[in-house]
Design a protein around this ligand. Structure first.
Ligand code: SAM
Length: 284
C-alpha cells in the first residue's frame, strides 16, 4: 500500500471516530513513526511501508481514534521556540499559554530589571519557565509543581534545552517550597470548575491529568490563594501574572480588586482569538 492510500484510509478512520483534524493527525503520526517531515508524503506519495511500520501505524491510529491526544502519542509538543517532551503526567502546553510568556517579557522590558528573580508556580512540562529562562538569560528562574512526576519531566525538558543550570525546580504546594521575594511571579494554574470539567472534550478529560485542570467547585480556588499569598513573595513593584480561562476575567479581576491594598495597575491581556487570557497586577 502506498503512503497516499495509507494516509487516506487513516484519515477516514479518524473522521469516523469524530476526530476533527483527521488528515493532519494521520500525517503527523506517520511522520513521527517514519521520523521524517510531513512534506515527504507530498514529495513521495507512492512510497510504501514495511509490514511492521504498517502495524505500528495502525496501532497509533487506533489510539488516536480512541481520543488519545497526538502529543501523548508522539511524546512531544511544540511551544514557544522549542519542542517539549510530554507524557500523561503533564498537561499538554497550549498555544494560548504563549501569551503569558509574551506579557511577562513585556513586563521585564518595561521594568528594565537586571538579573530578575522569576517564579513559575505549577510549571507542568516547564513551558513558561523554560521560555522565560531562554529569553531572559540573566534571569534566575524558580519553577514549582506539586507533582514529583511532573517535575521530572520539566527537568528533562530543561536539560534537553540546556537550561538546567538556569532554573531551580522545587516540589510543593503553591508557595510552600519557595523562599525570598521575586520580581515576577507567573502561573497558569488549574482553573476548571466542577461543572465545566464534566463538559470538557473527552480527549482532555480522559487523558490529561485532572490535578492540572480542576480547581474546586468554581474554578477560582487557585486564583484566590495565589493572589492572596503572592504579595508576600513579591518584591516592591514586583508583578503577578496569571493565565485565566476565557470566561473568568470579571471574577479574577474582582479577586485582585479585593486585595487592592496589595496590588495596583491591574490589567487584562487578550489572546489572539480576542479572549481574555492573562491578568496582571503590580505589588504596591
Ligand atoms: C494548568 S497546568 C499548567 C502547566 C504549565 N505551567 C503550562 O502552562 O502548560 C497546572 C499545573 O499546576 C500543578 N499544580 C496543581 N496543584 C498545585 C499546587 N497546589 N501547587 C503547585 N502546583 C500545582 C499541576 O501539577 C500542573 O502541572
Amino acid at each position: 500500500m502506498t503512503v497516499r492510500k495509507i494516509i487516506f484510509e487513516a484519515t477516514q478512520k479518524l473522521e469516523e471516530a469524530g476526530i476533527p483534524s483527521a488528515r493532519l493527525d494521520a500525517e503527523v503520526l506517520l511522520a513521527f513513526l517514519l521520523r521524517c517531515d510531513r512534506l515527504a508524503f507530498i514529495k513521495n506519495p507512492d512510497d510504501t511501508l514495511s509490514k511492521k511500520q504498517l502495524a505500528d501505524f495502525d496501532r497509533l491510529i487506533a489510539r488516536r481514534a480512541g481520543g488519545e491526544p497526538v502529543a501523548y502519542l508522539t511524546g512531544r509538543k511544540a511551544f514557544w521556540s522549542f519542542v517539549l517532551k510530554v507524557n500523561p503526567s503533564v498537561l499538554i502546553p497550549r498555544p494560548d499559554t504563549e501569551v503569558i510568556v509574551e506579557e511577562a517579557l513585556s513586563v521585564v522590558r518595561q521594568e528594565s530589571w537586571i538579573r530578575p528573580r522569576i517564579l513559575d508556580i505549577g510549571t507542568g512540562s516547564g513551558a513558561i519557565a523554560l521560555a522565560l529562562a531562554r529569553e531572559i538569560p540573566d534571569a534566575s528562574v524558580t519553577a514549582t509543581d506539586i507533582s514529583k512526576a511532573v517535575l521530572k519531566t520539566a527537568q528533562k525538558n530543561a536539560a534537553a534545552l540546556k537550561l538546567n543550570h538556569s532554573i531551580v525546580f522545587l516540589e510543593g504546594d503553591l508557595f510552600e517550597p519557595v523562599g525570598g521575594r521575586f520580581d515576577m511571579i507567573v502561573s497558569n494554574p488549574p482553573y476548571i470548575g466542577a461543572e465545566e470539567y464534566e463538559s470538557l472534550p473527552a480527549g482532555v478529560k480522559n487523558f490529561e491529568p485532572e490535578e492540572a485542570l480542576r480547581a474546586g467547585q468554581t474554578g477560582l480556588e487557585f486564583y484566590e490563594k495565589l493572589i492572596y499569598q503572592a504579595h508576600g513573595y513579591l518584591k516592591e513593584n514586583g508583578w503577578l501574572l496569571l493565565e485565566i480561562g476565557a470566561r473568568q476575567k470579571q471574577e479574577v479581576r474582582a479577586i485582585f480588586e479585593a486585595h487592592k491594598d496589595f496590588y495596583e495597575r491591574i490589567d487584562v491581556r487578550e489572546d489572539y482569538a480576542g479572549l481574555p487570557r492573562v491578568i496582571k497586577g503590580r505589588r504596591r
